[in-house]
Design a protein around this ligand. Structure first.
Ligand code: ATP
Length: 239
């Protein structure tokens, strides 16, 4: 469904992605794990057209989308939920959801999707008139995901959805991701919480300083000694 081939991205002189190749098959949750600064957000931002690639190719449903404009990529069905949530704090919950539907022109479909989001996230219905900035961190993350789903994506890119959330919200967010996937949306999940991400993903890639250093079935990666040492040790100690 999505194929990234030999992707290179630079920030001026900084070579942030150094020939990344990976793919996502229909139906999958694929997780990207890696330390701070490994290039995970850069990869998502390049797929979604926010950052330009300096070399390589991104193909989606057999179409070359490398360096296509971000709104076109959203219209094709790829939506990114950014790191740090970035909801519109001075807009209400309802207005945030409407903004997510900017590519949808059918009013009936927008209303249907809002009803669906309220069913999926009852807390958002309770707070629909409240300003986004006044929600708790976990509620803002739910709003960010719901806003992304308002565009009817076929593929959703989630950048650190569990960051800064209390354990109860972390559980809820991971349940939500599985639910979204079971309802037919493919997921690329970038996470620091490698343990949780690997436990719900089908496949995983490990990114280190701009390169993929390991890939495989998520369960295999979860048991890889170098992954346990580098990414799971701290999580286990904290738990
Ligand atoms: P994090 O979990 O901290 O977000 P990450 O794996 O998502 O890490 P990126 O944010 O993609 O990593 O960063 C990859 C590299 O690119 C890092 O070396 C980072 O310092 C650099 N970088 C990221 N954004 C910029 C920018 N706007 N300007 C210059 N360098 C950047």
């Amino acid at each position: 469904m999505l194929k990234v081939t030999d992707l290179h991205v630079h920030y001026g002189a900084i070579h942030a992605l150094k020939g990344v190749s990976f793919n996502l098959q229909e139906g999958e949750i694929v997780t990207l794990i890696g330390a701070n600064g490994a290039g995970k957000s850069t990869l998502l931002n390049t797929i979604s057209g926010i950052l330009p690639a300096t070399q390589g190719q991104v193909t989606y449903l057999d179409e070359d989308i490398t360096n296509s404009p971000a709104p076109k990529i959203v219209r094709m069905g790829i939506v990114q939920v950014p790191e740090g949530r970035k909801i519109f704090p001075a807009m209400t919950v309802m207005e945030n959801l409407e903004m997510g539907a900017f590519t949808v022109t059918d009013r009936a479909l927008i209303n249907e999707n809002i009803a669906l989001m309220f069913k999926k996230f009852p807390i958002l219905e309770k707070r629909y008139k409240q300003l986004g900035g006044t929600l708790s961190g976990g509620e803002q993350q739910m709003l960010a995901i719901a806003r992304g789903l308002m565009a009817n994506p076929k593929l959703i890119l989630l950048d650190e959805p569990s960051m800064g959330l209390s354990p109860i919200f972390v559980e809820q967010i991971f349940d939500t991701i599985q639910d979204i996937n079971q309802n037919g949306v493919n997921v690329i999940l970038v996470e620091q919480n490698a343990q949780m991400a690997l436990s719900i993903a089908h496949r995983a890639y490990v990114l280190e300083t701009g390169k993929i250093v390991l890939e495989g079935e998520a369960q295999e990666v979860l048991q890889n000694p170098s992954v346990i040492e580098a990414y799971l040790g701290i999580a286990q100690e904290e738990a």
